[in-house]
Design a protein around this ligand. Sequence first.
Ligand SMILES: *Cc1c(COP(=O)(O)O)cnc(C)c1O
Length: 388
Amino acid sequence: MSLDWRSKLIQPDMRAPEGFRSLATPTYRGSTTLLRSAGDVNDHWDSKEQPYRYGLYGTPTTLELGARIAELEGASYSFITPGGQAAISLISLTFATTGSHVLIPESVYGPNRELAERLLSRFGVQVEFYDPLVGARIEQLFRPSTRLIWCESPGSITMEIQDIPAITAAARQHGIVTALDNTYAAGVHFDAFAHGVDVSMQALTKYIGGHSDLLLGSVSVRNQGLYERLGDAHQLLGMNASPDDCSLALRGLQTLAVRLAHLESSTLAVARWFEACAEIESVLHPAFPQCPGNALWKRDFTGSSSVFSVVFKDVVSREAIIRFIDSLEMFRLGFSWGDVTSLIMRYEQLLNRSGRWPAERIVRINVGLELVSDLLADLEKGLAALRA
Ligand SMILES: *Cc1c(COP(=O)(O)O)cnc(C)c1O
């Protein structure tokens, strides 16, 4: 058919040659996905059955990232979500039903707590927060209506290591789904499925992205039934992830092992500096004995990563702590972690909500890829400001 030039803008005859091969995964953008025949039109999300039906259900770029995360975590499938918080909401909205009871550790990531308190409760879900160190005694909290147990290990900010095998074993006996926020371990330092977890999620924003330039999340499963329930909700909630962001995350994956190894040793060095500091009461680093659940970390984890917290002694004033943070130049003040830049943050408001911790005196540190000696020199300067 001979077309007018205006039509050819949309439906060209001439194309670049096919057959290009590159080491990089191509970025496929697309909402409409072309189907072959009117005979096989259907609108099911399941990419295992037929991968490409509509951009929302996946492009080769987003499904490649999902496949790579699944491989890394030993899952059968990983759903990609627009961020870590979206991964959390996908899990909670899939398994929490009206009248059901959901258990969440007190040490959970703040927005997970808020989702439960402000949104799940609106749908008639009974939300109960539990002691992250409860272990096998979690069984005493079970009700006939318990449907979902959240775990996060180490906990956000206060870093408690949970006895995941004990919790998942108890849950399994009662047919309760367990979900783990496995962001700290980057899906590799803790093997969620080997420790009995049903659903493992990560904020890919942190170690997988690794460069503070994207937001993504993943939800990984092994079990077919859970896969189907999550997949259905993933479609209905419209959890699209940008192929451009997924392509950056695929790049991030390639350097994950070297970044994690470097971050682990730098972070241990910085944590040791804090341990030797007279103003510090305790260093909440999973590899340190003062960290609650340290023995479980030794038993269950294969490494530590870049984030830990310190508790200042109660003789150190709130103002002095703020002086310390504000005088630092290399440790930048900002949320998030797992990237190349060192960060520091106070969480007084958030920690006050639970009332379990000395909220004013806890500071969280994320170590980046800068040279350790420069970081320690910066901290020395901060210490001088704190003491002034
Ligand atoms: C950052 C974070 C999230 C949320 O990830 P976003 O991509 O920022 O939405 C979830 N869990 C933990 C433990 C986090 O630190």
